[in-house]
Design a protein around this ligand. Structure first.
Ligand code: ADP
Ligand code: TRP
Length: 320
């Protein structure tokens, strides 16, 4: 089984990224061959600052390695180190119906947020299809917001295979229902672009302050509360053991539990969870040559497969 996922270097990674995509992808590295890449071509649709893009790319590499990516099992690479995906995207674009792209929610959401409507932003799902199909991935672990893009990838791959012959494997999205949409401080989807995130490696004091700002209802301490409708519990449950989760849920229902207490418990859990990763991240940051070597090696592995896929696609369409 071949697993692939990618993440844009467009800001600091947060708990939504971690539970929605990174953790599932890192768990799958035990079960097969995995490819994880930093989608810097994609980030160019919104980031037009070279230094910021470079810095964010590096941060994502450190974050993945700190969170448990094993470079011997998983190829970690920068998307731009596998430029074959750009040529493949063109070959895919000629079988991509306009209507398929016009229906993509993510494009419409980004326009609504004020991102300029460039061709790159519109064609984004075709490049994403190229990322996935270039390495012939079977499984793509993502949060729910990316499901439609993986479905678009499947449609494009099937259409290409029908028109030109079998070149691509058809990938499946993998979505963890319990982590499909992680809420942010305001209860909306946690997202870099909503300013409602809890960063994985943010300043500890600032992280605690942000947790205290999570929006809750205004029930007083004595009143029984519903854990299933609480944004704080939605995050706490991800970090707690089954017993801790059940015990906390029982305290909600019994009354006498204030939201500030749960927020403290969440902040403690979070600090403990990421403490070893934070140390590892500091060690890695002090060894940039080693990180660079990992990225190069990852790119070579991905590129060997991407070259073969691209050669097959070029033959299939008649370029060779
Ligand atoms: P953002 O919305 O912060 O810009 P991205 O779109 O870069 O995040 O998402 C990167 C990966 O993390 C994707 O697989 C996405 O589905 C996942 N992800 C992001 N936010 C969440 C969330 N709040 N809940 C679950 N998964 C998420
Ligand atoms: N579009 C994804 C996001 O914004 C990032 C991405 C680009 C991706 N190419 C991919 C994810 C291929 C999975 C597979 O989060």
């Amino acid at each position: 089984m071949r697993v692939l996922s990618g993440i844009q270097p467009s800001g600091k990674l947060h708990l939504g990224n971690y539970f929605g995509m990174m953790k599932p992808a890192l768990e799958l590295q035990e079960r097969g061959e995995a490819f994880l890449f930093i989608a810097n071509y994609h980030a160019l649709t919104t980031v037009h600052d070279a230094a910021a893009l470079r810095a964010a790319t590096w941060d994502v590499a450190l974050d993945f390695l700190a969170c448990g990516l094993d470079p011997d099992r998983t190829a970690l690479y920068r998307q731009s180190d596998v430029p074959e995906v750009c040529e493949l995207a063109w070959l895919l674009s000629v079988v991509t119906p306009m209507g398929l792209l016009e229906r993509c929610h993510s494009y419409k959401d980004k326009l609504a947020k004020g991102v300029p409507a460039s061709h790159g932003l519109f064609a984004y799902p075709v490049l994403m299809a190229a990322d996935i199909l270039a390495v012939q991935a079977d499984v793509v672990p993502v949060g729910r917001d990316q499901k439609q893009h993986v479905e678009v990838t499947r449609d494009i791959a099937m259409k290409f295979n029908r028109e030109f012959g079998e070149v691509f494997r058809i990938p499946e999205p993998m979505i963890r229902e319990e982590a499909a949409v992680i809420p942010g401080l305001d209860g909306q989807k946690m997202s870099k672009s909503y300013g409602n995130t809890i960063e994985l490696f943010g300043d500890p004091a600032e992280t605690r302050r942000r947790i205290m700002r999570i929006v809750t209802d205004s029930r007083p301490v004595e009143e029984p509360k519903d854990p299933e409708r609480c944004n704080v519990f939605a995050l706490y449950r991800l970090l707690a053991t089954d017993e801790e989760r059940e015990a906390m849920a029982a305290r909600y229902r019994a009354g006498g539990l204030g939201y500030a207490t749960v927020k403290q418990a969440l902040a403690d859990k979070l600090a403990a969870w990421f403490a070893p990763m934070r140390r590892r991240r500091e060690e890695l940051a002090a060894r940039p040559d080693q990180v660079e070597a990992i990225l190069r090696r990852g790119a070579e592995r991905a590129r060997a497969i991407a070259r073969a896929t691209l050669a097959a696609a070029r033959r299939a369409v008649g370029l060779e």
